[in-house]
Design a protein around this ligand. Structure first.
Ligand code: THU
Length: 159
């Protein structure tokens, strides 16, 4: 038997401690929450991606009466970005969330399906995608690469 352990470090910062481009990106993600279509969960999620040419692409969750047909904010943003700018690397992805009808943002971390999708593009572009995630009480989590969130992942290397 061999024992294996995964660990990774990430930072929790006050909003004011963020670098200006991360601050801007989380603000864009927060704005995007307000355009979410989330009549079923009442949980509005926004994502904002910084591309290597400085373009910012945003997305939000889009729900559906046939529940599984809806899509998370992260995948909406990533698929939109890669459908419009297939050759541009994604440098950073910010994600924020809030309950509908409320002004305060709440902590959010991407679901497993979104981690898998983000990882696909991180591997394809051969460069880390940084994550800036809305945390609790106005704090923000900084994670240096998507792959930290998906140990023992399935990828094209398995095929
Ligand atoms: N959701 C996202 O958009 N991103 C996440 O990281 C977590 C969950 C959405 C899916 C659904 O519309 C709602 O939030 C409740 O799960």
């Amino acid at each position: 038997m061999t024992q294996h352990t995964f660990s990774f470090s990430f930072q929790i910062l006050d909003f004011e401690e963020l670098m200006p481009h991360d601050k801007n990106l989380i603000e864009e993600a927060r704005k995007a929450t307000k355009r979410a279509y989330a009549p079923y969960s009442q949980y509005q999620v926004g994502a904002a991606l910084l591309l290597e040419n400085g373009t910012i692409v945003t997305g939000n969750n889009q729900e559906n009466a046939a529940y599984p047909s809806g899509l998370c904010a992260e995948r909406t943003a990533f698929f939109w970005a890669k459908s419009q700018f297939p050759d541009l690397k994604i440098l950073t992805a910010a994600v924020s969330a809030k309950p509908s009808g409320e002004e305060n943002f709440v902590g959010v971390t991407p679901c497993g399906g979104c981690r898998q999708v983000m990882l696909e593009y991180e591997i394809a572009q051969n460069q880390a995608i940084r994550l800036v995630l809305e945390g609790e009480n106005g704090k923000v989590k900084l994670i240096e690469k998507v792959s930290y969130l998906l140990p023992l992942c399935f990828s094209n290397k398995n095929l």
